[in-house]
Write a protein that binds this ligand. Structure first.
Ligand code: C5P
Length: 235
């Protein structure tokens, strides 16, 4: 089967602070985006489609300039994303649909997760082949509460049954594209991951083991810690 990846990097990244959106900040000499692209470009993965913010073309060009030719030649021209992650993913899927050879499977990955391992990418592909829709998840260490608008607890889901899900999330391409198109058409624009889009469309989604190290860089503190690790300053 052919496999492509959509890498979403169209967020403002403002929670991370700093002069540049976090996906363009540097981690030990490489941008977060370049690290994520390199991590996703495993042997089983063909086309890589990045989604960027309007006006971000120059930052994107600069970020990918240092990638090895074997990776760079798999990049589609970047697509401009939307106001939400959901809209940005859809833009990337539509770019793949319009390309010369739409894939059988697609991996959707947050540019903000640069530490994903080759083994996890491989596992995502294999699980999507077996189940059609598969996402990595890790057990939740905090007790989670659902609260109402006043901050009052509504209920406390049983912790052992909860998983914090990560990316890459892997799907049969045609099914994910169709689910995204239908959700947008139905006005469902509040879905925060692609599993939720598939769930909304009535598909069963399988959760497999993610990796504790596959964190999403969100805050300035996340960035500082990641940079220190990348530069080997933490033991
Ligand atoms: O904001 P959050 O951390 O959930 O973003 C997850 C990923 O989705 C990031 O890589 C971000 O760049 C991307 N994103 C996007 N378009 C948006 C919002 C987020 O591509 N409108």
């Amino acid at each position: 089967p052919t496999v492509a990846a959509v890498i979403v990097a169209a967020g403002s990244g403002h929670r991370a602070g700093g002069p540049l959106p976090k996906q363009y900040q540097s981690l030990g000499g490489e941008t977060v985006l370049a690290c994520s692209i390199a991590a996703l470009s495993q042997p089983g993965v063909g086309t890589l489609a990045c989604v960027i913010a309007a006006g971000g073309e120059a930052l994107y060009d600069e970020a990918v300039a240092g990638l090895p030719e074997t990776v760079a030649r798999r990049l589609l021209p970047p697509t401009v994303g939307g106001a939400t992650r959901q809209a940005s993913v859809r833009a990337g899927l539509e770019a793949l649909a319009a390309s010369a050879s739409p894939p059988d499977l697609v991996l959707v990955h947050d540019a903000a997760r640069p530490f994903v391992s080759a083994a996890l990418v491989d596992r995502a592909i294999n699980r999507a082949l077996a189940f059609g829709a598969a996402v990595p998840g890790v057990p939740v260490v905090d007790t989670v509460k659902r609260v109402d608008g006043r901050g009052v607890v509504v209920d406390s889901p049983e912790r052992g049954a909860l998983r914090a899900v990560q990316t890459p999330q892997a799907f049969r391409f045609a099914a994910l594209l169709d689910a995204h198109r239908r959700a947008a058409e139905a006005g469902r624009v509040d879905l925060t991951d692609d599993a939720a889009v598939m769930e909304w469309a009535g598909h069963e989604v399988h959760v497999f083991d993610g990796e504790p190290g596959n964190v999403k860089l969100t805050t300035a503190q996340d960035m500082a810690r990641a940079r220190a690790e990348a530069e080997g300053m933490l033991e």
